[in-house]
Design a protein around this ligand. Structure first.
Ligand SMILES: C/C(=C\Cc1cc(O)c2ccccc2c1O)CCC[C@H](C)CCC[C@H](C)CCCC(C)C
Ligand SMILES: C[S@@+](CC[C@H](N)C(=O)[O-])C[C@H]1O[C@@H](n2cnc3c(N)ncnc32)[C@H](O)[C@@H]1O
Length: 243
């Protein structure tokens, strides 16, 4: 796969099925464990409460699902949705070992066609998923549809920093640390996919506009890690007869 290759949903599903065995370890090594902090910040931004029913879209191995489940407690419930069977199996195994007392359910499905009724969830998270879907507006529209009025979604992903030196550092890090490490495990193309996917990804400002366009309110993009990552936080509007 070259840098400019367009990836279909099937290509992307195969990428994640292939990296599943090393996914968690690589994230820990390459972020020096920091990704856990970014994920906890994301969950905090949802303002999830005890007994809420939450959704973690593109849950992968389930880090955000676990953190959200801890927030909603034993009386709440979290559904983790992903299309990678391999990552979902890891998510289910990790959660049953670590949090057998929490209500976590795993659903194989498509983020562009969520298999849930309108107005189902009190809160939602998405980590490193939005950049990977083939239709971002459609995905945001689906999240908006399944959230209850007043519910918040927090969406964590890579972001292109605004400062040129930070952009250079980010590209250097991905090209010279992440890809060579992956190459040693026969996963060069899979990890080389991150940089072009990031170059195509809308900026924080444009993500805000896209979320507003599908009906979200109070939309804010928070740059974190010097702008190399970002969290988009959006609230579903309460529709009354007057608005
Ligand atoms: C959890 C992280 C990335 C998840 C992730 C997302 C993708 O879209 C992928 C696509 C294809 C293969 C793998 C992934 C994937 O793992 C974030 C942490 C891991 C990163 C690889 C590390 C990135 C580091 C930053 C550019 C800068 C780090 C600053 C500081 C030194 C911690
Ligand atoms: C980089 S991983 C992120 C996993 C996890 N959220 C985390 O933060 O570690 C991206 C995930 O998105 C999933 N994904 C991408 N497109 C999808 C889609 N259209 N429907 C469902 N899952 C999708 C992949 O299978 C993969 O598990």
């Amino acid at each position: 796969m070259s840098d400019n290759t367009w990836h279909s949903a099937t290509d992307i599903q195969k990428i994640f099925d292939r990296i599943a065995p090393v996914y968690d370890e690589f994230n820990n090594w390459l972020s020096f464990g920091q990704h856990r902090i970014w994920k906890q910040m994301t969950v905090n931004w949802t303002e999830a409460k005890h007994s809420d029913v939450g959704l973690d879209i593109c849950c992968g191995s389930g880090d955000l699902s676990q953190l959200l489940a801890r927030k909603v407690g034993k009386t709440g419930k979290v559904i983790g949705l992903d299309f990678s069977q391999e990552l979902l199996a890891i998510a289910a195994q990790r959660a049953s070992k670590k949090y057998p007392m929490l209500r976590l359910e795993w659903v194989q499905g498509d983020a562009l066609n969520l298999p849930f009724e309108d107005n189902t969830f009190d809160c939602a998270t998405m980590g490193y998923g939005l950049r990977n879907v083939t239709d971002i507006p459609r995905c945001l529209q689906e999240i908006h549809r399944v959230l209850k009025p007043k519910a918040k979604v927090a969406i964590l992903d890579f972001h292109r920093p605004y400062q040129p030196w930070q952009q250079i550092f980010q590209k250097w890090y991905l090209d010279h640390l992440v890809v060579p490490l992956a190459q040693q495990y026969g996963l060069k193309d899979e990890y080389a996919y991150i940089m072009p996917s990031l170059e195509r990804f809308p900026s924080g400002t444009d993500q805000v506009k896209l979320a507003q366009k599908v009906g979200f309110d109070s939309v804010i993009h928070y740059p974190i890690v010097g702008g190399m990552m970002g969290v988009l936080v959006a609230t579903k509007t309460v529709r009354t007869e007057h608005n």
